[in-house]
Design a protein around this ligand. Structure first.
Ligand code: ATP
Ligand code: MG
Length: 284
């Protein structure tokens, strides 16, 4: 068993000036190296949960919090946000709003200088992340001239330069075209292989299914399901009841099964679909 890194216990939160709880009795444990997808309709509390994990809630965005979140044993509501940001990196939907500097290199280096790291260490981290996100040749360009996908990759690089153990991607691909989105997902897959813990809030189930091991489904501030990714992402009736659409190949197989095709389990992608159909033909 790997070590727990985030422990959320009976967490509830009501934003200041609001009556409706944005989180209700949320409990789960995430262990080192897990890739957890969080899905749910708009307003479900996904972003609120991400902010409660990194301490922005309740330290910067205030409200009434009950229960607790512990990040490597430290309570996220009492540990300075700067300290948590060295354990948990977060990239959100609107990368542009997160980019403040005049070139990419400065964007990555500035937060590291604030940590008072030695010059050689800053250089080592810069070279590592800028190559990881494939922006080496763009390093002196102003973020303004980058594509949406490149901007998002800068935000990921800046987050990774802090060497966090956990990376949270909160709809980090939702404003990107399919190619840009795929680049971010591919990068998340590589980080998973390197052992990084990833939490990904994502509405593109096709992409999420590529790397997620576990899925947490939220609705109206509560966790409805928490379990194996394949099992949850192929539960067509359940997802559709929440307005979430499984991959088309899953939906097609679901309808074929209703028409009598006896798939052992529903496929999530074309490779699995081909395997399922071959297995059916062989058994006939
Ligand atoms: N700053 C805020 N002040 C008051 N209420 C807020 C604030 N931010 C979010 N909420 C409310 O909290 C609830 C959860 O919102 P949250 O943004 O966490 O949902 P979400 O699942 O991330 O939605 P989306 O898919 O649209 O990003 C919603 O009812 C929302 O209106
Ligand atoms: Mg959100």
């Amino acid at each position: 068993m790997s070590k727990p890194i985030i422990v959320c216990s009976d967490l509830s939160f009501v934003y200041k000036d609001s009556k409706k709880p944005a989180l209700k009795n949320v409990s789960f444990t995430i262990s080192e190296g897990e890739f957890v997808g969080i899905i749910g309709p708009t307003g479900a509390g996904k972003s609120t949960l991400c902010w409660a994990i990194n301490g922005v809630i309740p330290q910067i965005m205030q409200g009434k919090l009950k229960g607790s979140v512990e990040v490597k044993g430290k309570p996220s509501n009492k540990t300075p946000v700067d300290e948590i940001s060295q354990i948990i990196g977060i990239v959100q939907q609107d990368a542009e709003a997160q980019l403040l500097m005049t070139d990419i290199e400065k964007e990555i280096v500035f937060p590291l200088e604030n940590l008072s790291l030695p010059r050689e260490e800053i250089h080592r981290r810069l070279e590592y992340v800028i190559n990881l996100v494939n922006l080496d040749e763009e390093r002196y360009r102003h973020p303004f001239y980058l594509s949406g996908g490149q901007k998002q990759r800068v935000a990921v690089a800046a987050a990774l330069a802090m060497e966090p153990e956990v990376l949270i991607l909160d709809e980090a691909t939702s404003e990107l075209d399919p190619v840009g989105a795929e680049e971010i997902h591919e990068l998340a897959g590589r980080l998973k292989k390197e052992g990084k813990t990833i939490i990904m809030v994502e509405h593109n189930i096709d992409e999420l299914a590529k790397h997620a091991d576990r899925i947490i489904v939220m609705n109206q501030g509560e966790i409805l399901r928490d379990g194996d990714a394949h099992e949850i992402l192929t539960d067509v009736n359940f997802l559709q009841s929440l307005g979430i659409y499984p991959p088309q190949v899953t939906q097609t197989a679901f309808h074929l099964r209703e028409a009598g095709w006896q798939f052992e389990r529903l496929p999530l992608n074309l490779v699995e679909a081909t395997q399922s159909i071959s297995a059916l033909r062989k058994s006939q």
